[in-house]
Design a protein around this ligand. Structure first.
Ligand code: ADP
Length: 446
């Protein structure tokens, strides 16, 4: 069944990205919005806009019953959640299902399974994916934790089972640190996720973040290769690029992630995140069961429209292409142009007086920004995603320098000065990058 009308339950650049894919496919676009976004580009461009005004702006996008009601009132066949907000909320998926509305993403059961890091680890381990050594069940006593650490070796990391956004994680180097680290992680997990279960795993030193893009139809899965996303601040990505691995390694990890997705009956787009240690060994971290901010990098190097493919499998189509039909060409880099102070990453909301984004050969810019746009302070600070493509990594970097220099943004602080310095930094140019990159290059913060 092809969709006639789809509701976008999101805002900002990803709402615009989804709107464009729906339009290309001849599907009518409906969108919800709060007060701050009533004049935003995706709201103005949608066929139908449905206000959900709340005193807390986040509630406009988080009120499950209001969003379900919007989808019903507007006769939508399906809802696209984008990323964040309700994208990983199993109750939302269940409510839509009860109303006969399709959720563009995996089933509620799969979201519940993958949202629990202990369960997800176990499921992926049995599908054959490599995971870091660690506990296969929650740990609440320091004595048990230290016994395990003796077996697997220090340092270890304590993480929340329900975790997200790096919240609560504690690194432990010696036995005497366990008591307080365990309590701290449990209490942070309890207040952030309402679930104080924590587990212990080997801390991977000098790690790189490598992730695989997957698409599955509930039975079969294919992968679109990897993205390298080690340049992060507070565990959030700033620069993403690809490809990064040798063909052999891509084939090896690619087959494993497809087996992992198939083993849980996954449907839709997914990202399998890994840490890669100094020896090049991979350790599964988690699955993000939704479209990812950096899917754009993969679109540039594979030439496939991932958002459209995600919508097509939600319509009930089987995978429209085989693994052999996916190939990689050249290199792509994405810089997240956040409205933040480039020295300390403090958000910088405000009105954009001037706003010019680059274009030309090998350049893509996904943004909802325009001159006069009022960047709200209550949402994520992502203002634009600037991407360049080149035949080689060097070409893509050279083009990114040109593109960053051409971008004009006045009215808010932004990360362009930081990105511009990274593009000239020696370790970045030599691909010597770990997840500690920003901490180890404080001079870049200006
Ligand atoms: P979250 O869901 O909270 O983002 P993840 O498990 O995806 O948590 O981990 C986020 C980040 O935390 C990783 O990118 C990495 O920087 C760090 N991290 C998590 N687990 C480990 C580990 N075992 N060893 C080293 N760093 C880790």
């Amino acid at each position: 069944m092809g969709f006639t009308r789809v509701l976008i339950a999101n805002r900002g650049e990803i709402a615009l990205r989804i709107l464009r894919a729906l339009r290309d496919m001849g599907i009518e676009v409906a969108i919800i919005h709060g007060r701050e976004d009533r004049l935003s580009l995706p709201v103005r461009m949608a066929d139908i806009a449905y206000p959900i005004m709340r005193s807390n702006p986040l509630d406009s996008y988080l009120d499950i019953e209001a969003v379900v009601q919007a989808a019903k009132d507007l006769n939508c066949d399906a809802v696209h959640p984008g990323y964040g907000f309700l994208a990983e909320n199993a109750n939302f998926v269940k409510r839509l299902q009860e109303e006969g509305i399709i959720f563009i993403g995996p089933s509620a059961d799969v979201i519940t399974l993958l949202g629990d890091k202990i369960e997800a680890r176990a499921a992926m381990e049995s599908a054959g994916l490599p995971t870091a050594k660690g506990s296969s069940e929650p740990i609440s006593e320091a004595s048990k934790a230290s016994k395990l650490a003796d077996e697997i070796g220090y340092p270890v990391i304590i993480k929340a089972a329900a975790g997200g956004g790096g919240i609560g994680m504690q690194i432990v180097h010696a036995e005497h640190e366990f008591e307080s680290a365990l309590k701290l992680c449990q209490s942070r997990a309890k207040s952030a996720f309402g679930d104080d279960r924590v587990f212990v795993e080997k801390y991977i030193e000098g790690a790189q973040h490598v992730e695989f893009q997957v698409l599955a139809d509930g039975t079969n899965a294919i992968h679109f290769g990897e993205r390298f996303c080690s340049i992060q601040r507070r565990h959030q990505k700033l620069v993403e690029e690809g490809p990064w691995l040798s063909e052999e390694k891509r084939d090896e990890i690619g087959s494993l992630v497809c087996a992992g997705a198939e083993s849980v009956g996954y449907k839709g787009l997914a990202t399998f995140e890994f840490l890669r240690d100094k020896n090049g060994d991979f350790y599964f971290l988690e699955v993000n069961p939704r479209v990812q901010v950096e899917h754009t990098v993969t679109e540039l190097i594979t030439g496939h429209n991932l958002v459209e493919l995600g919508i097509r499998v939600a319509q009930g189509e089987s995978l429209p292409l085989s693994q052999e039909e996916i190939s990689w060409r050249g290199h792509a880099i994405q810089c997240r142009l956040n409205a933040e102070d480039p020295r300390n990453f403090v958000p910088s909301p405000g009105r954009l007086w001037e706003c010019h984004f680059p274009s030309g050969f090998g350049i893509r810019c996904d943004t909802h920004a325009h001159p006069g746009y009022e960047m709200p302070g209550c949402f994520d600070s992502l203002l634009a995603k600037l991407l360049t493509w080149g035949a080689t990594r060097e070409d893509a970097i050279a083009r990114m320098r040109t593109a960053l220099d051409e971008t004009i943004l006045t009215g808010v602080e932004h990360l362009i000065p930081l990105h511009r310095r990274i593009m000239d930094e020696k370790d970045f140019l030599n691909r010597e990058i770990t997840i500690q990159y920003i901490e180890q290059h404080e001079e870049l913060l200006g």
